[in-house]
Design a binder for this molecule. Structure first.
Ligand SMILES: Cc1cc2nc3c(=O)[nH]c(=O)nc-3n(C[C@H](O)[C@H](O)[C@H](O)COP(=O)(O)OP(=O)(O)OC[C@H]3O[C@@H](n4cnc5c(N)ncnc54)[C@H](O)[C@@H]3O)c2cc1C
Length: 403
């Protein structure tokens, strides 16, 4: 009997998990050996991470063990970190071994974009993984606890700088502005001692978003005590705060860096041609020049032809790509290359949470504010869980207090 072809999926994020789910649904495991590799034995919802980072949601709510979602009798799971891909040898080098593949799916997600600004890697926190956000939450609490216990007060312990007022930065600031009053009460600290700065280099917060919605978000966050510094590039992050381009400084022990992402460095370091770590993939989602390598999610670059600019990397696109990727893998396994599908993103809308029961968004042609946007955000989050694991997963991990 011929050996079954091997499909190896790298990364159990939105793209990787959903590709695995779709392959199992299409019974591709009957004709191919499927292996999923991830550095943790759990899948986490990156789009929720601003909440545990601020401490408004327990981090366990955002993650689920992979064995509880995928049938590991049908797919192999390898818990290991990917170091490099050797495309010529069709091998993946892991920290603890190596894997051969016939078809590879790369869904390793992203890394913070520092733009080469000094001190970011050394002194700033980032919202990237369950462990990174646990560190942020614990650090914030420690700042409150230690401020209270010192004789000579250090105000910089209560000053929080969020670099970048894009989607992630605003969502985090929203949660933080909800959490701060609770921390003030818990640690007996007056609210006016605490400062939250949202620092943005571009001429507006949430660049690219509808102006009315941006105004709503900024007014709301300002009413919760957030100070916006717009058109204010950061020159350097230091141990004791940030240095701005105009030479002034904000003293802070907590700088959270949210100025965008670049694709996984594994992709860049494995010889693929990249732009900010992302590979401009072919219409069928394969890497140019590689018939056996699909790249999806934040590692893939897709051009929005209407405006001739790349689509921003989103979970929405990663999930949609997983459908095309799984269908195309199935066609290749069956030897039906002529059936390969073209990926076309269908942007259904964007909703940004602002903490509590507040959010803003555009769904279809409609602008949403406040409670209705917040409810829509939870419906979107639950929908993903439904696609991944059906109603049982929604009931276990979903956001059920929608209104
Ligand atoms: C706070 C926040 C809010 C967001 N909100 C939204 C939103 O509302 N809507 C939206 O559409 N998008 C949102 N995004 C963007 C979205 O989260 C990403 O676009 C999406 O997660 C990309 O999916 P992915 O499958 O490419 O990667 P990820 O979901 O990031 O998954 C990558 C996986 O690969 C694993 N991995 C990484 N490196 C290695 C390695 N070397 N070896 C082994 N495993 C590895 C990681 O552990 C992870 O499991 C948000 C992002 C953030 C940070």
């Amino acid at each position: 009997m011929d050996k079954k072809p091997k499909i190896v999926i790298l990364g159990a994020g939105y793209g990787g998990m959903m590709t695995a789910t779709r392959l199992l649904k299409a019974n591709v495991h009957q004709d191919a050996e499927i292996t999923l590799v991830n550095k943790h034995n759990y899948h986490y919802q990156t789009t929720w991470l601003h909440e545990p980072a601020a401490g408004t949601l327990h981090h366990d709510k955002t993650r689920m063990r992979i064995e509880n979602v995928l049938d590991l009798n049908k797919i192999d799971f390898v818990k290991d970190a990917v170091k490099e891909i050797k495309t010529e040898d069709k091998k993946v080098i892991l920290e603890g071994g190596e894997l051969d593949y016939d078809y590879l799916v790369i869904g390793l997600g992203s890394e913070p974009e520092t733009f080469g600004i000094p001190g970011v890697k050394e002194h700033a926190y980032s919202i990237r993984s369950v462990n990174s956000v646990r560190q942020i939450r614990e650090h914030i609490e420690y700042m409150f606890a230690s401020y209270n216990n010192e004789v000579e007060k250090h105000e910089d312990k209560l000053t929080f700088v969020v670099a970048g007022a894009g989607f992630t930065g605003i969502e985090f600031v929203g949660e933080l502005s909800e959490r701060i009053p609770e921390l003030c009460e818990e640690y007996d600290i007056a609210r006016d001692k605490v400062k939250i700065y949202s620092v943005e280099a571009a001429p507006t917060a949430l660049p690219g978003f509808d102006e009315e919605l941006v105004e709503y978000a900024m007014n709301l966050l300002e009413s919760r005590g957030v100070e916006f510094l717009i058109e204010t590039p950061i020159k350097e992050v230091k141990e004791d705060g940030v240095l701005l381009n105009d030479g002034s400084e904000i003293k802070s022990r907590t700088v959270v860096w949210t100025t965008g992402v670049r694709g996984s460095s594994v992709v860049e370091n494995s010889g693929f041609e990249t732009m900010r770590g992302r590979v401009k993939v072919e219409k069928d989602l394969r890497a140019p020049g590689y018939d056996d390598v699909f790249i999806i999610g934040d590692c893939a670059l897709i051009i929005n032809e209407e405006i001739n600019r790349p689509y921003p990397p989103t979970a929405q696109i990663a999930i949609q790509q997983s459908y095309t990727c799984a269908n195309n893998l199935k066609s290749l396994i069956q030897g039906k290359e002529e059936h390969l599908e073209t990926f076309k993103p269908e942007i259904k809308g964007t909703v940004a949470s602002l903490g509590g029961k507040e959010a803003i968004g555009i769904v279809g042609e409609r602008k949403l504010y406040g409670g209705s946007a917040s409810a829509m955000k939870k419906i979107i989050d639950n929908r993903y869980l439904y696609l991944l694991g059906g109603m049982p997963l929604v009931l276990k991990k979903g956001k059920l207090n929608i209104f």
